[in-house]
Design a protein around this ligand. Structure first.
Ligand SMILES: Nc1ncnc2c1ncn2[C@@H]1O[C@H](COP(=O)(O)OP(=O)(O)OP(=O)(O)O)[C@@H](O)[C@H]1O
Length: 799
């Protein structure tokens, strides 16, 4: 076979009839052209992609006159997904969203679009650079060290591949020459080199994982800093509407993104190095065979460019697809965590079918998206394999055979071959084949990494959107998506003096001043919900020491919202708020939060044991605190202060509320914001606790419906549910007697409809009229009861 190949080479050389020098020059020019093409082409493609995307964005801006169309096009949402937030919005806000102007809707949707079109474009590169700055903050960092080490191992691996391929060539050559000694020597070398080669392979994987973990750690640290800055964890879901599942972004998205970056680095760097080194090696080898494989190189270069172009053209938009997949994964996880958090309530209601339907629906939506990706991959991978495996193999065979077919005949080499150069050519063919396989593999990996880059664009878009939202929210910049936003034009809203709305969101213009002197003062502060409903347009009151405020009003009138503003959870959109530092205002909700940890941790929450010791408090003090709320028995019942448990489930509703109040005695703030926090506690214990709070010199701001608590307050702030309010000193006795009278009248009036009915019957039976039924109505006119009731005969009976 080797002989026939040699003959073929002779014949081809004769037929070509070209002086070797001319071919050599031509080949040099062609090689340079191929390398220029290989390096220049990707750069050219990137620039064209950027220009193309810009043009497309501009085109979309012009043509996006239909907001719903642009929502569908840009968000990759299904009909269900589009309708769902709108339904939620309608239910939640109870307002008419049709009052939005088309311009407002379009503006909002265009903004949404910017976040939801991940692809390989300028936006992706900018986002990636920003994230890389977080992942590698400085040159002298652990990440940079890992990156350097990783690169070094990749380079070493590439050189080792060439060395191993060469060794294999020598091994085969010595087999052909039947030189046993040299064969044994080369084989031993081959085995010896396997030790560093396998170690380097393992090291590459190790460093890739280390790099991914280091990137993840940096990102997580940065994300946590932002997430816990200015209560962003609360605001991001309550005041801003851009990020749906922050938990999923903080866990899965960051992990996938860092793994993808680290993987892509080695996935691109290694094959790139391989391609460069292999090409030079092949060239050198071809030269040693007396010929440049230039025609082969030109062919190879053209093949790479052509297949690259085809794959890029036909590649599905993996970036968008995976971003949508991640979104749906996040939603499924959200439904699961809601089920776990509310399992008892759902079990009591027997609501498992509704929950199951929701879970199934969200799983189906995820599975649909995954299926879509799999389907798209099916054809893409098929095309990829066809082009890269078969077309390239054919080209590869041509490339390695050309130097042999067209090169100078070597009958003797340095090793003293006397076999018409057959063993040398066999060595060349073996080495070249091995190197070419490695090269083809490298180019295939380079080409397939385009798909990974587009997928990375999806993860980059999600992570970078999360950081943008966190940064905005921590600085008090909020955005609601228009699907969940109510505008000031809604019918229940009021005009608020001096408030400007930008994109339907009021500008935050209020002043908040923190003072230590125990004064709480609101001057013309409006209560505005995150949906921009103005619940109370202008609220002003001052609380001084010794004042205890009772807050009443119908449901949804803004009582709890007032607490949110006082505690700084909601912005002060206008006016002036003077308040003590946040640590001096302690809020207790109706369902107090139980933390993870020991029994001690429950009492001192949110302090730590270290804080407790700093304050000079001991477990004995905690026990006396629990005694005030009649909860001392749980210390022994639960096994001491260090007992750990799921306190949310261990303690009963009333016990949890008492624990909530116990925290107040531990922290001793200036103000206690009590939001129905003792509704499950018996009246006697409740009274004892309130008296103790007053004895601790803590000012009360209480939301309650229990008259038994009136006596502990000096003032009453009453909302009417229509935006108005009044503040007055609370005279408990008068109020109690008024209430008694009201209840008495209510009890008396309960029987009136029945009595009226009976009277009506009697009138009908007797054929007589009744003066009682003709009573005046509220507007002063005569009641229409008489008219409503058919009276048999109102005429006096004639004799
Ligand atoms: N996170 C939120 N996002 C949007 N709107 C909200 C939010 N929280 C409360 N609201 C709205 O603010 C309004 C006032 O709510 P708030 O909780 O202050 O009522 P409340 O007076 O305490 O009622 P209740 O006596 O029923 O507790 C309601 O219309 C409510 O729908």
């Amino acid at each position: 076979m080797v002989n026939s190949m040699s003959k073929l080479i002779h014949r081809t050389a004769e037929k070509a009839n070209v002086p070797p020098e001319v071919i050599t020059r031509g080949m040099t020019v062609a090689i340079l052209a191929v390398y220029a093409l290989r390096i220049g082409y990707p750069i050219l493609c990137s620039s064209l992609t950027i220009v193309g995307n810009k043009a497309r964005e501009a085109q979309e801006k012009i043509s996006s006159t239909s907001p719903i169309r642009s929502l569908e096009r840009n968000q990759l949402l299904t009909d269900e997904d589009v309708e769902q937030p709108l339904k939620t919005f309608e239910k939640k806000s109870r307002k008419d969203s049709k009052s939005l102007t088309i311009q407002e809707l379009t503006d909002g949707l265009t903004k949404q679009k910017l976040h939801l079109s991940p692809a390989f474009n300028k936006q992706f590169l900018l986002q990636l650079v920003k994230l890389i700055r977080i992942m590698i903050p400085k040159v002298h960092s652990v990440e940079m060290g890992l990156l350097g080490l990783h690169t070094l191992s990749l380079v070493t691996r590439s050189f080792l591949s060439i060395y191993v391929a060469r060794l294999e060539g020598h091994v085969v050559k010595n087999i052909v020459r039947k030189d046993i000694m040299k064969f044994a020597l080369q084989l031993s070398k081959w085995l010896l080199v396997a030790i560093p080669a396998t170690f380097i392979n393992s090291l590459i994987r190790f460093l890739e994982s280390q790099l991914a973990l280091a990137f993840r750690t940096r990102l997580v640290r940065h994300a946590y800093d932002l997430y816990f800055k200015n209560q962003t964890y609360y605001r991001v879901s309550n005041l801003d509407g851009r990020l749906e599942n922050a938990d999923h972004c903080l866990t899965d998205d960051i992990t996938t993104f860092s793994q993808s970056v680290a993987h892509l680095y080695s996935h691109i760097t290694k094959p790139f190095l391989d391609v460069v080194i292999i090409n030079f090696t092949l060239l050198k080898m071809a030269r040693s065979m007396g010929s440049f494989s230039v025609a082969g190189n030109v062919l190879g270069g053209a093949m790479v460019s052509l297949t690259g172009h085809i794959l890029r053209k036909l590649s599905p938009k993996f970036g968008k697809l995976v971003a949508e997949e991640e979104k749906r994964k996040g939603y499924l996880r959200f439904i699961h965590s809601r089920l776990i958090a509310n399992s008892e309530e759902i079990a009591f209601y027997g609501g498992h079918e509704v929950e199951l339907t929701m879970l199934q629906r969200s799983y189906r939506s995820l599975a649909r998206q995954m299926n879509l990706i799999f389907n798209k991959r099916l054809y893409y991978v098929m095309l990829e394999q066809f082009l890269m495996k078969y077309c390239w193999s054919a080209v590869g065979m041509i490339i390695i055979s050309l130097p042999v077919l067209t090169g100078k005949q070597q009958t003797e080499n340095g090793d003293g071959d006397k076999d018409d150069g057959v063993s040398t050519r066999t060595q060349y063919m073996t080495t070249a084949k091995n190197i070419l396989i490695a090269g083809a593999d490298a180019v295939e990996r380079l080409m397939s990494s385009y798909k990974e880059v587009t997928e990375l664009a999806g993860y980059t878009s999600r992570v970078s959107k999360m950081f943008t939202v966190f940064e905005d929210v921590s600085q008090g910049k909020y955005q609601r998506t228009l699907a969940t936003l109510n505008t000031r034009e809604s019918k229940k809203s009021f005009k608020v003096q001096g408030l400007t709305f930008i994109n339907g969101m009021p500008e935050i213009k209020g002043t908040v001043i923190e003072r230590e002197d125990g004064i709480l003062k609101l001057e013309h502060v409006p209560i505005i919900t995150p949906n921009c409903d103005v619940v109370v347009p202008d609220l002003s009151f001052t609380m001084t020491k010794g004042m205890h405020l009772l807050i009443t009003g119908p449901n949804g009138c803004g009582k709890s919202s007032l607490f949110r503003i006082l505690r700084g959870l909601w912005p002060t959109y206008a006016g002036r708020l003077v308040r003590p530092p946040t640590g001096q205002m302690f809020y207790i909700p109706q369902r107090p939060y139980m933390s993870l940890g020991t029994l001690r941790d429950q009492v001192i929450y949110p302090d730590t044991v270290k804080d407790m010791k700093k304050k000079g408090l001991t477990d004995k003090d905690l026990a006396s605190i629990l005694a005030i709320v009649n909860l001392q028995s749980i210390i022994t019942r639960e096994g001491g202060w260090d007992a750990i448990g799921d306190w949310k489930d261990i303690l009963s509703g009333g016990e949890k509320q008492r624990m909530g109040v116990a925290r107040l005695f531990y922290h001793r703030p200036q103000f206690a914001l009590l939001d129905e926090c003792t509704s499950a506690v018996s009246i006697d214990v409740e009274s004892k606790m309130y008296q103790a709070i007053k004895d601790f010199d803590i000012s009360l701001l209480t939301i309650t419906h229990r008259p038994s608590l009136w006596q502990f307050h000096t003032h009453l702030l009453q909302f009417d549910g229509e935006g108005s309010w009044h503040l007055e000193p609370l005279d408990t006795n008068t109020r109690l007697s008024l209430r008694e009278e009201k209840e008495r009248l209510e009890a008396q009036l309960t029987g009136v409809p029945q009595m009226e009915g009976r009277l009506q019957e009697l009138c009908t039976l007797l054929g007589e009229d009744s003066v009682v039924l003709r009573r005046p109505s509220a507007d002063g006119t005569e009641d229409s009861l008489q008219e409503k009731t058919p009276v048999a005969n109102t005429e006096p009976l004639s004799d």
